[in-house]
Design a protein around this ligand. Structure first.
Ligand SMILES: [Zn+2]
Length: 317
């Protein structure tokens, strides 16, 4: 997800209270009971295999976190690398990177447009696959990196390259509040929080907990939500009408529509769900460069075939 505008960091950080708890592995290698279900007992480390055999839990319940990627992070910090302290003792061990720490959490990158392409690529690859592998000499490790990626940027400070922009799912434009009443409400809440933070938290506790529970229910329901062909075909027609070439447009739009239906406790996506999520999924995806590129290629293809047909006429059959 990409955000633009002011007060974006506050908006992202405020998500933390809404996130459902997560089950996290207690082991350095991130072993999980599901690894055993999939790959047998050899799929987890010896320590965990022992625990598993004794019926001890491999995970503990934790609060979800927002892991922030600092702007000055190096590739080593992001994906992980050799542990310098271990190397000093002539032991070679990998140190986990920010991506693996973000597993099951939110990974937040402020000023995503100011990161180097190398780092953005590593993050987007991991986000797309849910795991990533690093190799340093003889040793390698594969880490789970199943996170929700939120990037924010101030468009005044330069844009993302179109290829990178396309790999972000939903785009939200954040603007300052425009209604006088909303601005006044915001001021009153800030003032109340400053004089008594605890009272404000208590006042919104019920609402926050309810939203959190609803989010958890929606997550549980998501795998059951279906997208009827009729609705899907309409969505694809609309994307073609907009001359958006990237397949990511409909992937994102349909998945967002399924999530939206789940959040509304429904198991079937409607046209209305698509209508609501479409702007987030489709804005900034139209590329005048690609439209022009395809028009030029079509022209070239036509000339190419004409010349081939003239020079090498089809032999009569
Ligand atoms: Zn383990």
């Amino acid at each position: 997800m990409a955000l633009a505008g002011q007060e974006k960091t506050t908006a992202v950080r405020s998500l933390i209270n809404l996130l459902p708890d997560i089950e996290r592995s207690t082991c350095f290698y991130g072993c999980l009971p599901e690894d055993v279900e999939v790959g047998g007992i050899d799929a987890i480390c010896p320590d965990c295999a022992k625990k598993y055999a004794e019926g001890q839990p491999l995970t503990k319940t934790e609060k979800a976190r927002i892991v922030e990627l600092p702007l000055n992070a190096r590739l080593e910090d992001v994906v992980g690398g050799l542990d310098d302290r271990a190397v000093a003792h002539e032991r070679y061990r990998l140190k986990r990177g920010i991506l693996s720490l973000a597993d099951q959490n939110i990974l937040y990158i402020d000023e995503v447009n100011l990161l180097t392409d190398e780092i953005v690529d590593a993050i987007l690859d991991a986000a797309a696959q849910g795991t990533y592998t690093i190799r340093r000499g003889q040793i390698s490790a594969t880490y789970k990196a199943n996170f929700t990626l939120i990037g924010s940027m101030n468009p005044e400070e330069g844009n993302l390259r179109p290829q990178i922009l396309d790999r972000f799912g939903l785009r939200v434009v954040v603007r300052g509040l425009t209604s006088t009443q909303e601005r006044l409400d915001a001021y009153r809440r800030v003032a109340a929080y400053r004089s008594s933070p605890r009272r404000v938290v208590a006042q919104f506790y019920q609402e926050t907990e309810q939203a959190r529970a609803e989010l958890q229910e929606a997550r549980n329901l998501l795998s059951k939500v279906i997208l009827p062909d009729r609705v899907a075909q309409l969505g694809i027609q609309m994307i073609r009408e907009l001359q958006i070439d990237s397949l990511r447009a409909e992937i994102t739009m349909f998945e967002a529509a399924r999530a939206y239906a789940a959040a509304d406790s429904r198991v079937e996506v409607t046209q209305e769900d698509i209508r609501i999520v479409a702007p987030m999924a489709l804005r900034l995806r139209r590329s005048s460069f690609m439209t022009k590129y395809f028009a030029e290629r079509a022209q070239e293809e036509e000339e190419l075939l004409a010349t081939i047909n003239r020079m090498l006429p089809q032999s009569p059959t």
